[in-house]
Ligand binder design. Sequence first.
Ligand code: GDP
Ligand code: IMO
Ligand code: MG
Length: 439
Amino acid sequence: MNFQQLGNTCVVGLQWGDEGKGKIVDVLTEHFDVVVRYAGGANAGHTVRIGDQKFALHLVPSGILRPNVTCVIAAGVVLDPETLVREIDGLTARGVPVQEKLRISDRAHLVMPYHKKQDSLSEAALDSGRKLGTTSRGIGPCYADKMQRSMAFRVGDLLEADAFRQKLREVTAVKNRLFAALYDDKQPLDPDEIADTYLGFAARCAPSVTDTTHLLHQAAAEGKRLLFEGAQGTLLDIDHGTFPFVTSSNCSATGVAAGAGVPARTVHSYVGVIKAYCTRVGSGPFPTEQQNDIGRYIRERGQEFGTTTGRPRRCGWFDAFAARYSVMLGGITEVALMHLDTLAGLSEVNVCTGYRYRGRVLDYFTPNVRVLNEVEPVYETLPGWQATAVSWDSCEQLPAAARRYVERLEALIGAPITLVSVGADRAATLHRPGGLPRA
Ligand code: GDP
Ligand code: IMO
Ligand code: MG
């Protein structure tokens, strides 16, 4: 990956989230001035490992761990101030200054306590086959209120204490009636208690609140380099993912312009992040899932447990058919391939190259759940490789079979793999500027 040639860059997951976006954003941030979260909320869990230190970031952009970087939470994000303040305090206690580097859009919508409550109540009320397996962070209900408009709160509303308190009384009265009727809920929300808590958060966050759209346009005009940090993954996109088993935002690369408030042409490069296998947390189709020893092997070696919820992640073979769709949708210019180390030790590895559906092989991937529930993956089998005692410091040092695997993936997904990650640490990152030397 040639950092100097990237220009303004969007980093986006190409699978169902947890691809390693946090690590890549941290690696890239050294070369950028501003890092921007543009979609999603505290459902995200982005991990950065630096030596023996591990940071799990939910709302604060992963660029925060580098000095001299402005971190922006833009208008498209749904912001839970309780999580944000906890995260700021946790980082500050570990010697990472946050407040002076963080800028929060006054237009970002507020996740309220009743959004989290509704998330849990509505999931609990669904039949098991229809549960989404959300992160219970109130994401869906908050975006629903945003679209509905009259009951929504934005960060800017926190700065008008009296009006905030008054509107909250009206909204909680509606929510209380709704929850009692729909879920037989007997614990009504107390608007004044919520207002006191949220206005306390407001006092903490107010100095960071600004018009981030203006900030980003100004930064771009001054020639500052912008890095947009995607959350979730392309296959969880509300419009282009495996609906209804998705999140509630345009979390693919398609959402960057709307979420950040910049023209699409502001972004020059789209870096897709992808694991050398697939994982998924929560419900929904996963054609290459391995509910067997292979799946367990990947989960244990890759430590595939949710950063936000701690849930074991479902694991399976690399799905090149789906990845090719994500590359196409996002206009991906280069790819960072993560967790190549995790697959070491298997005698053979499978890659899904297509789907068989009702007797014929599909021409192109569809996120249509009814189709995905019926498809049978077509696999190509490649030789595996062993973990070596020495660390891998360059792509040339990778075992020949691992290099062949990367080359094959690159050909199948249709975008150059210019970075290969072989461990969680910043340092375990191999560059592959012009493509891999042939095995
Ligand atoms: P994100 O949500 O896309 O930022 O990804 P997560 O942080 O939720 O999950 C990725 C996990 O894989 C984290 O625990 C990372 O520390 C870890 N990780 C990232 N890259 C690699 C890698 O190349 N190898 C290994 N073994 N772990 C990695
Ligand atoms: P990062 O940014 C993996 C999944 C949930 C659930 C579905 C809907 O760390 O990659 P939601 O709470 O958003 O309504 O849940 O989306 N999901 C994620 N899975 N990584 C994430 O974020 C996710 N954010 C949401 O598990 O299936
Ligand atoms: Mg994650």
